[in-house]
Design a protein around this ligand. Sequence first.
Ligand code: ADP
Ligand code: MG
Length: 678
Amino acid sequence: MQGSDTIRTLKGVGDAVATLYKRLGIETIADLVCYFPRSYDDYSIITQVAKLRPGPVTIQATISRAAGRYVRRGMHITEAIASDATGSMRLVWFNQPYRASAIKAGKQYFVSGNFELSHQRFAIMSPSLELVSDLPLNTARIVPVYRETKGLTSRQVRSAMAQVLPFISTLSETLPDWVVQEQKLLSYSDALRKLHFPETIHDLKRARERLGFDEVFELVLASLLNKYEIMAEHAPAVPFIESVAKGFVGHLPFTLTDAQRRAIWQIYLDMQREHPMNRLVEGDVGSGKTVVAAMAAVMVLQQGHQVAFMAPTEILARQHAETLTTLLEPLGLASQVGLLVGGMKKVQKDRAREAIKDGRIRFIVGTQALIQEAVDIHELELIIIDEQHRFGVEQRKLLMAKAGHMPHVLNLTATPIPRSLALTLYGELDVSILDSKPVGRQPVITEICAPTSRQTVYKKIKQELEAGRQMFVVTPLIADSDSLEIVSAEAMYKQMKDRDFKGYAVGLLHGKMKPAEKNQVMEQFLAHSLDILVSTTVIEVGVDVPNASVMLVEGADRFGLAQIHQLRGRIGRGSYPGYCYLMMNDARAPSARLRALERTNDGFKLAELDLELRGPGAIYGLQQHGQLDLRIATLADVPLITRARKTAQEFIDKHENIARYPELSKRVKRLRAVTNLN
Ligand code: ADP
Ligand code: MG
């Protein structure tokens, strides 16, 4: 048997079943071996019938009196009696008419299933049965449960897995020996065997540790290799001109924070090298990333080259274009800023494209339109990507291809990813963290509200509105359903406009509106011709309306901490303190998780908490790392991540040749394609 053999060579896998396997991504023996269990049922302990307690149980018993009958139309029931030396027990199956005739009366079976009350009598419901043997598959062990597809059950997968068990034991080690020894890991083949056929819970832990280590190690190694590859590329150096930096800072209406200074200095150092910068500036909402980006851009513009600034939404791109124009005005560079977004009229776009091509526009601010539409940015030397997790890797590659060489890349993100995680996921990036906020920031006071307190809250809100402030209302997040989100936003909008906030100007914003409509609403809100803006989460990133001091988040219990934190970053931006009301869906006591939002305004702390409590998926923006396909390693397992990261760096420092490890090399290559930024 070989890894490349088709699974059709296995008993019980014909063409039809092979098609089902294919649906799960399994075509070869090697694929099958790497199909990891989703969970396990612990049926390893055999209990005497007389000692059964409700719950999952296994007995070893002789079966007798198996018989099936229809109790009514469409409802078939099979019953049998299982007996050991201590007593007898009823077994029950529904709608499995083949059961009775398949049972060999008088034989010894392992029986595993749930022991529970059914029609006032205890029985083992829908149990798995196997004749007693040394290698039970579906009973009498820690039974793996695989992700199934219609027509293909875990039972079938287990039987296939048993057939490849001898093959698993022939698999050679994928990691260098020194790694396995230093890290005290199971061998690759041992780990796989124990994952599919664990004898004890300890086995399982060790197997998961080894395979989880592999995943993080491969991921980190891939990004480190990318990093060194990028470092070896040539990029035009951007010399640092002190007078340019001083001139810019001199015209700012505020002084830079130390964190901003540090980040800008790191960027200037990066760009002075003849190798591409690949830096991430990570800073909480309101930490002042735009100014940092503008300072990076100014240095490039002064040398007569081009800069592209990409924002995730059109609204943001427009805001950025305005902000940047203002920032560049005193330097006489304002006319070089140009907007390019999908919502522009064709003539405007054509004109912008022409100006970009002949170099009158040197600072291009836009959305994906930059990529999708043919734009000639041949002097591009710096790409700034705001909220980079919103852009796919492919899109980035496209944009970079336009320069004809590798430009410097500056990523900005407000997603406060804990450092441990950032280093793993973004190992190829150098990271600058803006960990202090500009002084004089207004506090945001956050309050969790029970549904019964709604009228009291509305009273408080009205006081703010009367004082001339504005409010954002964010309607509940509904998993996987844009349309339901819009329905709830529309309902909220009506209710506020016609009832609760009658007399105030209320606007509505959601993701399905046309870009032009969205802009119009946003501009109305910005101009204060709207007092209240009801929206889905589309307002989440970046928008700056200094006069908005109140936010009401509906169904707050549905949001992740990091997400609410990003939302509330919209308020408290002007000279007024912010009030964020988190309206609960039901009257239950709010979770400790939500309470944390009342206590702290520190995005990094909240992200760590979210990571601990809900896992990495909760951190906004990490969803796209589904591509990375981490099946075992939880990215919250900091000690494991640390071990794997150290080992990957050691691998590089030792000048190990990855080609010596073909399996590792293959996987790392695939990951490099996913994580690569060029
Ligand atoms: P974000 O990091 O969320 O992108 P912005 O760059 O939009 O933050 O900055 C938020 C606000 O803070 C802007 O109005 C900006 O002008 C202001 N700002 C930036 N840096 C400072 C600073 N050092 N001192 C005072 N205000 C600042
Ligand atoms: Mg921003």
